[in-house]
Design a protein around this ligand. Structure first.
Ligand SMILES: Cc1cc2nc3c(=O)[nH]c(=O)nc-3n(C[C@H](O)[C@H](O)[C@H](O)COP(=O)(O)O)c2cc1C
Ligand SMILES: C=C(O[C@@H]1CC(C(=O)O)=C[C@@H](OP(=O)(O)O)[C@H]1O)C(=O)O
Length: 388
């Protein structure tokens, strides 16, 4: 399974094509819309999210509520396009006539300057339109298809926020996945710890008031994955590595950890590696889950726990110094609008990109043309793992 996305932030629409989804998987636009609407929520987002109401149009690959096995085309319209038609429409645009709208002032921390140098654009709108995290709506649409597939295989996944601006949620390892889903969904910052969640909201409000931005840490938690998904035999078949790539590729993500992650560097081996246990009913398991569900690039059968670090949003009301590429003058310009914190939204994005990688690894390993056959094969494999 693979996917491509196309579309600019203030252009007509985002388009996603997902190829390699098995036939006969139940799929409806409501499944995808739920994910898209979750991504739009979250305390700290700017005015743009009040303009958009992301809804998918399934334009190919699905008939009467089931996938056909053909590529699935997903379209999400940009409602903001109507305000940008003169700038983003297809009619030739005379940049010289409207010099005020030419973007020549790169934001530190965004893709503007590097992208302009690479593609030779003097109007950095040509960069920012595509480097914008608006594209993550298209990634969530693709991930929602994968998530739907996983759910039909009894694999559940959720993304939530662990930390914002240094405020840490207290970890409750006993929470079931259903509890994690319900609690995070009810929290405006998608946090499992109500007290910390309230402090995070205050920190976001304060950052916004000061014209600043803040980042944080998201966690994705998955239950129901059998042991042995992925492989150790070649670097690009290691599933943890593929997940790390997908997470790192989300706009503004700067690092990835599995389980205790970087903390492993500070502990002895005896305090890191998860002891193997066995019981008649469930087969093999681990006494702890410090390694976050992976050993040797393969799942261990324990919950997958992966964290991603998001830096603060680069567009600031209180801007940093930069250089105008037209005049080479130093500037400290103010901006019209931006998110002050998008960590809660990013947790939903992370959930979906991870879902895609996991579903893809499963499809590579099992019969993938027809969903009922895939389900049968997975059920049989689970039984083999239990009796191993
Ligand atoms: C959900 C989400 C929303 C974002 N919103 C903004 C925003 O409003 N303003 C901004 O400058 N950056 C925003 N970003 C981050 C930029 O897109 C990102 O920093 C930029 O593409 C440069 O890429 P890099 O940070 O990965 O190097 C957002 C990121 C995500 C995931
Ligand atoms: C549009 C989305 O996020 C955008 C991501 C983004 C950026 O620079 O990454 C900048 C902002 O866009 P605008 O300048 O239009 O307000 C965010 O709103 C979205 O998440 O759907």
């Amino acid at each position: 399974m693979r996917y491509l996305t196309a579309g600019e932030s203030h252009g007509k629409q985002l388009t996603t094509i997902v190829e390699g989804v098995p036939a006969q998987l139940p799929l409806q636009s409501t499944d995808i819309n739920e994910s898209l609407l979750r991504r739009q929520k979250g305390h700290g987002r700017g005015k743009r999210m009040q303009i958009e109401k992301d809804l998918v149009d399934i334009a190919g690959g699905v008939r009467h509520g089931y996938t056909l096995g053909s590529p699935i085309a997903l379209v999400v319209k940009n409602d903001d396009f109507k305000h940008w038609e003169d700038i983003m429409g297809e009619d030739p645009y005379d940049q010289d006539k409207d010099i005020r709208r030419t973007v020549t002032r790169p934001r530190p921390g965004h893709a503007d300057l590097n992208g302009a140098i690479k593609y030779g654009h003097r109007d950095m709108r040509n960069i920012l339109e595509r480097s914008s995290a608006r594209e993550t709506a298209a990634r969530v649409a693709a991930g929602a298809v994968a998530k739907s597939l996983l759910q039909h295989l009894d694999i559940n996944i959720v993304g939530y926020v662990n930390e914002i601006a240094g405020i840490k949620a207290k970890a409750d390892h006993q929470l079931t996945i259903q509890e994690r889903i319900t609690i995070s969904e009810a929290s405006p910052v998608r946090c499992l710890d109500q007290q910390a969640g309230e402090e995070m909201m205050t920190a976001i409000d304060q950052a916004k008031q000061e014209g600043d931005s803040i980042g944080g840490i998201c966690e994705v938690y998955i239950e129901g994955v059998p042991a042995g998904i992925g492989s150790y035999v070649h670097y690009d078949r290691k599933l943890d590595a593929r997940i790390a790539f997908a997470v790192q590729s989300i706009n503004a993500f700067k690092g990835v950890e599995f389980g205790i992650g970087f903390e492993a560097a500070r502990r002895n081996g005896s305090e890191v590696h998860d002891e193997i246990i066995w019981s008649e009913g469930t087969g093999y398991s681990r006494r702890t889950n410090n390694l976050g569900g992976f050993e040797g690039g393969m799942t261990s059968g324990m919950p997958i726990v992966v964290k991603g670090v998001m830096k603060p949003i680069p567009t600031l009301y209180k801007p940093l110094q930069s250089i105008d590429i037209a005049t080479k003058e130093v500037f400290n310009a103010s901006i019209e609008r931006s998110d002050s914190c998008a960590v809660p939204a990013a947790a939903v994005v992370m959930e979906h990109v991870v879902a895609f990688e996991l579903a893809n690894a499963i499809l590579e390993q099992f019969p993938n043309d027809q969903f009922p056959k895939l389900k049968q094969a997975i059920d049989q494999y689970r039984e083999e793992v239990r009796c191993f």
